[in-house]
Each structure stands twice: as C-alpha cells, then as structure tokens.
Design a protein around this ligand. Structure first.
Ligand code: 4AD
Ligand code: MG
Length: 431
C-alpha cells in the first residue's frame, strides 16, 4: 500500500492509498461517518460507510476524538462539492495515538485563550492557510531576487550599531561589551552591495516598541534588498515589481488557502505595477482637506492617516519625500530641497498600513559624518560604515519589507499576530 500525503491525492484518483493524518473534526449518523482529516499538507474529508467498511471499522470511526492521530486506508474519489476536489472512501483505520480533550474545539474561543495555545492553534484550518501563504511569499521572494541578479546575504543578528535610532533597541551583553539585537540589517547590506552589487537579506529583526497595535510585533521578519548604482526612482520600480510578483504568486499557488480564508481575491488581482506615487506634501494637503486637521507638515502619519490615504486607491501607494526630521540619519537629501529626503514608504491597501520603508542612501562622506553627529550617534560604532563613503562611494538605494504585515494584508488576517508562527508581542513571550 502506497503511503502518500493529502496534497498528492489528485495523482492517485481511483486508487487505494494510505494516509497518516489527524482527526480535525467528525460527524456521524447510524450508517455513515464523515472524518475531516488533516496531515499538514492539506485537509480532506474521509467517508466511512458502515455497509462497506464493516461494523468494526465503523465503530472505530464513530469513537474517534479530535486530534487523534491515525493511519487510514481508502480509495481516492473525485468530489466536485469540495474546494479540494477529492475525498477518501475509508476502508481501514489504525489509531496511532488517541487524543482526549483537545482544548481548541470547533466552537469560538477568545483571542487570549487561542494565543496561550498558539502551539495547538497552529493546527486550525485558518492558521494553516496563513502559514502556507507566508511560505509562498518567502518562496516568491527568493524567486524574484534570484531571477533579477540579487545575491542573498545574511547580516548579523548581534550588533554594535543601530540603523533606525536607539530608542527601540534590545540591549544585551556580548561578554564584556554592550550589544543589541538587530533592528535592521541595512547598514551591513550596504557594505555587501559594495561587494556584490545587488543583494537581499531575509531574517528576524527586533524592536522594543511599546506599541500594542494590530501592525506591531516585537520580533518580525524583514526582507532587505540593497542596490549599488540605483537611485531613488529606480528603487521604487523594483519595489512595485517585487510586491506585484508576490501577490500574483500567492493568487496562483494558494487558491485553496485564499478560498478557505474567504479572502476577496478580486482586490488582489488588481495588484500589478505600477503603483501610484504621492508626495508627503500632497498627502498632508489631502489629509487636511479631508477632515484630518490634527496633522501638520513635519509630523509622521498615524495608522488612521495611512488608512485614509490608501483608501482612495485600490493599489498599494508610495508616499515619497518625507521631512528630513522624521526619518533616519542615512537618507539622501532631495537635490533641490533641504527639508525632505529621497525616500518612500509603501502603504498597503485595505488598512494594513506601511509594508515597506526605503530610501536612497547618503554616499558623501562629510555629509554622512555630519548626520551621524546630528543624530547623537556613537561615532566609533559607525566607523566601519563611514568607510563605505570613503572608498569608491556610489549612489545606492534599498528598502525593507515587513513580512508579517505583508502576510496579514494578502491573507486578510485582522492582526499581525496571526501571520507569524509564534508571535512576540508586548506582553507575550509564551509559548
Ligand atoms: O520602515 P522600517 O523601520 O525601515 C527599516 O528598518 C529600514 N532600515 C529598511 C531598509 O531600508 N533596509 O521598517 C521596514 C518595514 C516596515 O515598513 C514594516 O513593514 C516593518 O518593517 N516593520 C514592522 N513590522 C511588524 N512589527 C513592527 N514593530 C515593525 N516595524 C517595522
Ligand atoms: Mg518605516
């Protein structure tokens, strides 16, 4: 008997196969039992008909409890009623381990309870679908950058300097020295771009942010490309191509998952480059004219501002040229204005907020040194970084895409805590 996975069932239509699976749910009458089975690769309905499987197997099926692990044998049958397209006509059941009182039943549970049981909650249909979409975004990311001549480079996690300001750092000891958990690999990626041209990283980043919103995690994963000889406007083109690619890849390869989540895919189908560009100046003007008189030029947007700005488009939008005072030290100033920098944030539609932050970087040694001083950063920690503008400095640009916000947007999850397997939140380090 061939042992296969649910994902492989289509290739075995009409054949008798064996599956290792868990019981996700069960429903039965006097003559027939329906087992909702899952094996990690997918979900399928198993049908046990008393008259066909016999008294003993039918009695076994009726006694099965949620999350019991088992081997089932049966015939693969086409089933037009299910999104998956197949079901299993079960003829044998071999219980591996009987689970009793699984805490997450098919009824509704509160968020805190589900989060306390995150290690078990991950088994649910919805969480399974979100994790599969996360995986597809990661796969499509490697595909996009590899196909476009980028080299994957891994920046360190333990660092001595901070790219995004010092207020949100997790400090730790590195033997006798002070060290920080990386909040962005950017500065190292800039060094790598000077060695390898076009590079990208994918790794965890840490921010001790006291924010308790549906967009903030303490530990999140970032994709950070960096490109030598690439200026601000060219970087935006890479960003819109990349985001279009991941959305279209999910639409193509995660149809079952998007349907299971009830995601409105017509909104995702529209996501194709180019994306609209709006200057910060125009964004402020628009907000002030549309009922947001709480925000003035020079201030950063809050979530309601970002949501309102994105709502008038059915695309992600770039907000460009932010005031120099609200952005990090390394951003290249506008050539004709000293009050704004060559940067852009990409704001996702449907209220998911900023998914990308990026800019052209300063490559003038004196200016970079001045900016480091103005930001009161420890110059000795940035000595190596200043070397980049000392030896063959070139215009270069890069950006960081927050994976969890992107997963939340594409899968339609209401909170970023559902788009990472084990979220680290303000009050949560467990499980
Ligand atoms: O805008 P940020 O802070 O940019 C940087 O860190 C740059 N150094 C990146 C670069 O140019 N290489 O963060 C980038 C993205 C944000 O747009 C957002 O999607 C995500 O990272 N992000 C968070 N996601 C979840 N929780 C948080 N606390 C996040 N902070 C930022
Ligand atoms: Mg940002």
């Amino acid at each position: 008997m061939k042992k296969i996975t649910i994902a492989e069932m289509a290739k075995y239509n009409g054949q008798t196969i064996k599956l290792g699976a868990w019981v996700a749910n069960k429903r039965s009458s006097g003559k027939i039992a329906f087992l909702q089975l899952r094996d990690g690769s997918g979900f399928v309905q198993g049908v046990v008909v008393k008259a066909e499987a016999g008294e003993e197997i039918f009695a076994k099926a009726k006694a099965l409890t949620q999350e019991t692990s088992l081997y089932v044998t049966g015939q693969v049958k086409e089933d037009e009623r299910s999104a998956f397209g197949y079901e299993l006509a079960i003829t044998d059941i071999e219980v591996i381990h009987e689970a009793t009182d699984f805490p997450i039943t098919p009824k509704e549970h509160g968020t805190e309870f589900l989060m306390d049981n995150r290690h078990l909650w991950l088994r649910s249909r919805k969480q399974h679908a979100i994790m599969k979409i996360r995986n597809e975004i990661i796969r499509a990311t490697y595909e996009f950058f590899n196909d476009n001549g980028f080299v994957k480079v891994d920046p360190p996690i333990l660092t001595g300097s901070s790219p995004e300001g010092t207020s949100e750092l997790f400090a730790t000891k590195y033997f006798d020295e002070d060290a920080y958990l990386s909040q962005s690999g950017q500065l190292y990626m800039e060094a790598a771009a000077m060695a390898l041209g076009k590079v990208f990283s994918f790794g965890p980043t840490f921010r001790a942010e006291k924010s308790k919103t549906r967009r903030h995690l303490i530990e999140f994963w970032m994709i950070e490309p960096e490109m030598a000889f690439v200026e601000h406007a060219e970087s935006l083109e890479v960003q819109e191509q990349y985001v279009s690619h991941i959305v279209q890849s999910v639409l193509k390869n995660c149809q079952i998952e998007l349907e299971r989540l009830g995601r409105d895919t017509s909104k995702l189908e529209k996501i194709k480059a180019p994306f609209p560009r709006v200057t910060y100046d125009d964004a402020i003007k628009w907000l002030n004219e549309n009922g947001f008189d709480d925000i003035k030029w020079g201030e950063d947007f809050g979530a309601p501002h970002e949501t309102a700005l994105a709502e008038s488009y059915d695309m992600p939008i770039f907000i460009t040229h932010y005031p120099i005072g609200i952005k990090p030290f390394y951003m290249q100033p506008h050539p004709e204005r000293d009050d704004v920098v060559l940067c852009a944030d990409m704001i996702a539609p449907e209220g998911y907020g900023e998914i990308i932050g990026g800019s052209e970087r300063i490559h003038d040694y004196e200016l970079m040194k001045k900016r480091i001083q103005e930001h009161n950063l420890d110059e000795t920690a940035y000595e190596w970084y200043l070397d980049l503008s000392k030896y063959g400095a070139v215009p270069h640009s890069g950006f960081g895409l927050g994976l969890e916000r992107t997963v939340a947007w594409i899968s339609g999850a209401e909170h970023v805590r559902e788009s990472i397997p084990f979220p680290r939140l303000l009050n949560r380090l467990y499980p």
